[in-house]
Design a protein around this ligand. Structure first.
Ligand code: HEM
Length: 460
């Protein structure tokens, strides 16, 4: 109803077209490895739930807010991190904050939390803007006639931000390019659904095809150990995340984080903290390149609020339309498109009976495009996230950051960072579409566009 009142741009962003019917089993399994989005049929975007019995347990495919609330909040103690997720994450990030469970998780979450308090985040905004300005300069020099892979640029920008804000600042010993390359290698190899997992093989059975991923993981761990070593030798007493982790003590035992826990968390924050935000920005740039009217609104907002000044925290707060664009971009392309859990006990969710050992898949991508939940779900319409139109919408219908106790610790960080970077870029550059490139998101660990995101970029 509100769609016609606010006259949003009618742009239907590209994505994978789901099959009309479920695929036959063998084709389905092969496609699942190539890209799960090709396996999930149209009906999944129209009906609320289905479960599949497979090798002795049920796979529950959830895509409605009440199920999300049950899994992530009401029964978070029953739905634990699944062995799939741990297999994906642990080779690189060990038992850092993302994959740890129980008391070990609680201790690490407590230790890291002060670095994400609002005052700490507000102080980081100049670092976000500086990284964005450097990115804009790099992109300006590329020339307007050749498309630029903005995904690579966004990864560069957000990795700079993580090193600056989480590891305590420009570190000449940090091998940026090698780390960015290892993250990509890891995601592209380890991030694929694994045939052995689908057949219930335990994690200890070797997966020879994962060798490239293990090499990448070793590279990331080494970069983390070296960064910690350099920090220990320096006199810095910074209260950034690394400083906090080095100083953390368990209130009961008085013990600090071991060297391995420190390393695992540095890898966790490098990985979780830059890839996802880079994707949110990458898809935002694609969307605004195709909707000049949205791009103009962003430009007007940043000029009105910031003029030519470097963007600070107050300015970020005063640019709600930028946040709306980023939210809508993450609705259409949630960087974490699926979140999985395993039940450690039987539980009834209304008519859905979950048994101990069953797997729960929260299909965020499908929920964000579900016909029962969104009007014209396939349309890019940032005004859906205006205050007025968000009223009455449950927060479990929109979950790019997960929900409940394991909700992303970096959520506010990511919003502030993405707004500061988007505003800086829009003020300096004009983004134009690339008609020769088809956008095809693919679920790896994150939702990456196949072949990157080449767009035309012009200096303003
Ligand atoms: C747009 C950007 C981001 C998205 C979409 C995103 C998404 C997510 C999601 C969905 C989870 C929950 C996973 C689960 O429940 O299994 C998560 C957890 C996490 N994220 Fe983010 N994230 C983003 C940015 C960041 C940033 C900037 C940081 C750090 C600087 C970060 C660090 C983490 C960590 C450490 C966890 C694990 C938290 C815990 O289990 O206690 N993320 N993120």
């Amino acid at each position: 109803m509100a769609d016609t009142l606010t006259e949003p741009p009618v742009f239907i962003p590209q994505t994978v077209i789901p099959p009309d019917k479920p695929l036959p089993m063998v084709r389905g399994l092969l496609q699942m490895i190539a890209n799960p989005l090709y396996v999930w049929p149209k009906a999944m975007y129209e009906n609320p739930y289905h479960g599949v019995r497979w090798i002795g347990r049920t796979f529950h495919y959830f895509r409605q807010p009440d199920h999300m609330k049950a899994v992530f909040l009401d029964h978070a103690d029953i739905f634990e991190k699944s062995p799939f997720q741990r297999r994906l994450v642990r080779p690189a990030a060990g038992d850092g904050l993302l994959s740890a469970v129980g008391e070990h998780w609680k201790f690490q979450r407590r230790a890291a939390s002060p670095a994400f308090r609002i005052d700490a985040l507000r102080a980081m905004v100049p670092a976000f803007s500086t990284s964005a300005q450097e990115t804009a300069e790099r992109m300006k020099s590329a020339g307007a006639d050749t498309p630029i892979n903005v995904m690579g640029e966004m990864q560069h920008a957000t990795l700079d931000v993580i090193v600056e804000t989480i590891l305590g600042g420009a570190d000449p010993g940090f091998a940026y390019d090698a780390v960015a390359h290892s993250v990509t290698e890891y995601i592209e190899t380890m991030g694929k659904p694994d045939m052995f997992d689908m057949f219930g093989a335990p994690n200890w059975i070797p997966r020879p095809w994962a060798r490239r991923g293990r090499v990448a993981a070793a590279g990331l761990k080494k970069a983390a150990v070296d960064a910690i070593g350099r920090r220990r030798l320096s006199v810095s007493q910074k209260k950034d995340l690394l400083g906090l982790l080095l100083a953390a003590r368990d209130p009961e035992t008085g013990k600090g984080l071991s060297d391995i826990e420190l390393r695992d968390n540095v890898v966790t924050f490098i990985g979780a903290g830059h890839e996802t935000t880079a994707l949110a920005l990458t898809y935002s740039l694609y969307l605004i390149a195709n909707t000049p009217e949205v791009q103009d609104r962003l430009l007007k907002e940043v000029r009105d609020v910031c003029g030519d000044r470097q963007i600070d925290a107050d300015m970020v707060d005063a640019m709600p339309f930028h946040e709306q664009v980023i939210k809508e971009s993450m609705r259409l392309y949630p960087p974490v498109a699926i979140i999985d859990r395993m039940a450690n006990a039987d539980i009834d969710l209304g008519p859905v009976k979950v048994k101990k050992g069953d797997l729960a898949f929260a299909l965020i991508y499908i929920m964000h495009r579900h016909k029962l939940l969104w009007e014209n779900p396939e349309r890019f319409d940032p005004d859906r996230f205006s205050e007025e139109r968000s009223e009455g919408r449950t927060r479990f219908q929109y979950m790019p950051f997960g929900a409940g106790p394991r909700i992303c610790i970096g959520m506010k960080f990511a919003y502030m960072e993405a707004v500061a970077i988007l505003a800086t870029l829009v003020r300096a550059l004009k983004f134009r579409p690339n008609p020769l490139h088809r956008v095809e998101p693919n679920i790896r660990i994150t939702l990456r566009p196949e072949g990157g995101m080449p767009l035309y970029v012009e200096k303003r």
